[in-house]
Design a binder for this molecule. Structure first.
Ligand SMILES: NC(=O)c1ccc[n+]([C@@H]2O[C@H](COP(=O)([O-])OP(=O)(O)OC[C@H]3O[C@@H](n4cnc5c(N)ncnc54)[C@H](O)[C@@H]3O)[C@@H](O)[C@H]2O)c1
Length: 419
């Protein structure tokens, strides 16, 4: 995919679990992976040996490595401070979700990105499913008129055993994440298709049942939520989940416009798009209903082999393109922060019985400055007066038996950290 004679972009990955995939994918987009950093040293070593990279366990040393770009695949809630360090060092950054842990951190990140000449790319991959790229193309060509309502759904149930495996350590972010926070997989495709930005959010959370709370794992957050966002176009977006832990693993997206409907198919397979018109808004020569399987717009084979419906390939592809063109990508810092802020403000709403909360415009200094001291955080390292619980039911402690089950699972996977 690289232009012939284009200088390879040297990239390092921070976090060797999800990061391992990006190091491999870099090779397909004209990047050269050069370094990997993880405090879980055996993980970093494995990736380093497979791809001939230099392994680090310490971020400061990793940052000194000769490279042009960094992919941040460390913990969900710790991206902003590392992104700021990279931007200040002149390194291009691709950051996994979320962009920030608090609104105050978001303000700092927006300011740092503006001070830097480097690219900031928010790595939302779900908009790059073939279906979602096709729906963006259709929408931008006017197929359904103006979108007035859209719905996004991200359903990802896990067993207790998977839950423990994915979240080693009692303080691991997955064990503390309020259910609205991981909303980007549901929201980003809706924003990408329409170009709309969120202004305000309200949410209700769905707590775990007593049976779900008794499972042999240590998560204490709720099982799902519903979020409603008012967009800058006056449209309303609904999100089923943050991350919905109920049954029916998958993703669905639906757009209702002034002249038609388009959605990912709920019957058959998820790779289909369905477009519907009424007799009174049928385009000339068009059909009332069509259902088809779209292809990726470029790099079909490489994308088809990549994870998350090809999305993992496309985030690296667009990251490399943005660096080569020296321009900020569509998934820039402001959109990344808007999505992350939607999750945070939705949690305030869920704890306040669904009252609407504003989502700051991080591109506007006057608007964002109001939030610069906002360090409201559910994570254990920030515990203290005024900080929120991770369930609408309040603080729920895992039992001794549940901790023991989780610790056994972590030991089996080679986890040597605390907790
Ligand atoms: N977009 C997607 O589809 C998708 C899928 C999975 C994960 N993710 C994101 O990827 C990120 C990483 O998730 P994950 O699933 O790999 O699990 P994870 O968060 O458990 O892994 C993070 C890795 O980073 C390492 N790490 C964290 N802080 C470090 C530090 N200070 N120094 C050195 N190493 C450090 C950890 O040891 C761990 O191996 C998260 O932000 C998550 O949201 C995205």
């Amino acid at each position: 995919m690289a232009r012939r004679n284009a200088k390879p972009i040297r990239v390092g990955v921070f976090g060797a679990w999800r990061g391992a995939g990006f190091a491999q994918l870099a090779l397909n987009v004209g990047m050269t992976p050069v370094a990997v950093c993880d405090q879980w040293e055996s993980r970093a070593q494995q990736v380093a040996e497979r791809l001939e990279l230099t392994a680090y366990s310490d971020f400061d040393k990793f940052l000194e490595h000769e490279m042009d770009a960094v992919v941040l695949c460390n913990y969900f809630h710790e991206h902003a401070p590392y992104a700021i360090r990279c931007l200040e060092a002149g390194l291009h950054v691709m950051s996994e979700t979320a962009a920030c842990k608090t609104l105050g951190e978001g303000v700092e990140l927006a300011r740092a990105a503006e001070r830097s000449k480097a690219v900031y790319f928010f790595a939302e991959n779900y908009p790059f499913f073939a279906t979602n790229q096709e729906m963006r193309r259709l929408y931008q060509a006017g197929e359904i008129g103006e979108c007035r309502f859209a719905e996004g759904e991200y359903v990802h149930p896990v067993t207790a055993a998977e839950s423990n495996r994915l979240a080693p350590g009692l303080s691991h972010w997955r064990n503390w994440l309020p259910v609205t926070y991981y909303c980007t997989h549901a929201l980003a495709p809706l924003m990408y298709v329409t170009d709309f930005m969120p202004l305000a959010v309200n949410a209700q959370a769905i707590p775990r049942t007593p049976e779900q709370l008794a499972e042999p794992q240590v998560r204490r957050n709720d099982i799902s939520c519903y979020m409603m966002l008012r967009m800058d176009s006056e449209a309303v977006f609904g999100l089923n989940g943050g991350c919905n832990g109920l049954s029916g693993h998958g993703n669905w997206y639906r757009f209702q416009g002034t002249r038609g409907l388009m959605e990912t198919s709920r019957v058959g397979h998820m790779g289909q798009v369905r477009v519907v018109h009424e007799p009174f808004n049928l385009p000339e020569g068009g059909s009332r209903e069509r259902i088809y399987t779209p292809e990726f717009p470029v790099a079909k084979e490489l994308a088809a082999r990549a994870g998350h419906g090809g999305g993992d390939f496309f985030v690296m592809y667009h990251f490399a393109q943005a660096i080569r063109k020296r321009e900020q990508p569509w998934f820039n810092v402001y959109r990344g922060l808007a999505m992350s802020a939607a999750g945070i403000q939705a949690w305030r709403s869920a704890l306040d019985n669904g009252t609407a909360y504003p989502i700051p415009d991080f591109s506007d200094e006057a608007a964002r400055a109001l939030y610069e001291k906002d360090q409201w955080s559910p994570y254990p390292e920030d515990a203290g007066p005024g900080q929120p619980p991770v369930s609408v039911k309040g603080k729920i402690e895992p039992t001794r038996t549940q901790r023991a089950a989780a610790r056994k699972a972590w030991k089996e996977m080679g986890w040597t950290g605390e907790g």
